[in-house]
Design a binder for this molecule. Sequence first.
Ligand code: DGY
Length: 310
Amino acid sequence: MKPHVLVAYPLRPRFMDELEVRYTLHRLDRDGPGMLDTAGPLCTAMVVNGHVTVDRALLDRLPALRLAACSSAGFDLMDLAEMTRRGITLTNTSDALVDEVANMAVLLALAARRQLVRADAYVRSGAWGECGMFPLTPSTVGKRTGIVGLGNIGQAIARRCEALGHRIGYFGRSRKPVDYDFFPDLTALAGWADILIVATPGGPETEGLISAPVIEALGPEGTLVNVARGTVVDEDALVAALRDGRLGSAGLDVYLNEPRPDPAFAALPNAVLYPHHASGTEETRDRMAQLTLDNLAAFFAGLPLPTPVN
Ligand code: DGY
């Protein structure tokens, strides 16, 4: 008999087909919570995603659950402490998206400083011919990059910025065995850096970390890049600083209100905006889905899980 698996959030179609072959699927995503009355007690594993709230109310309806295989890296809406208390292991897919997100962080940093989007519009609109040379921009050469959160993604970003010839500093909970400058004080890192790249997890621990004083310290020549979560940045302070020129530029992949970010961002010519899509390539999303399947397969085979979180 095939094991029962709850689908709280679907995988890409090809991987859903694979799931169908291996498991008896119960589609919470499609059929709604009423199905939990019968399916909830049967499911020992669940396929989920960072967009799903996993709280006590849901967990109460899944008494047999032992594995939550999350197809994203982030799990901000999940009560991890409660899952751990109930003996439920969470797995995620950050290993599969590290390089893609790191590439996007660098792309946003370079695009924001060199005003790529504005310059593109300048060429397309004919303004180049009408008005002449595009204004000079801040440089990306010989700069200092500060990384907030030197986890796997932060380290991948640091390696890329090293290759650009940047000096690297970082802020995090603890000093790491790396050759970069450690700043125990985030405002001091922002004051030191030309480019500040945020790569921490989201959640209450990092909420508002990039505060008004941090943004102020980065300053009018500085660039802020956020590939973490919107909650990490004080968005009102960010918008005001970009508008008043107290911050030079920003490259953002994430926002407080997704998918409808503060409309004030759209009016800021010094911000390059991406729709929370840093990991959004065919190849990386396939790798993330495959890792989700691999975690499920290991769980049902009684093998060590490839990427446990707790
Ligand atoms: C993740 O996997 O958490 C990325 O932010 C995409 O949602």
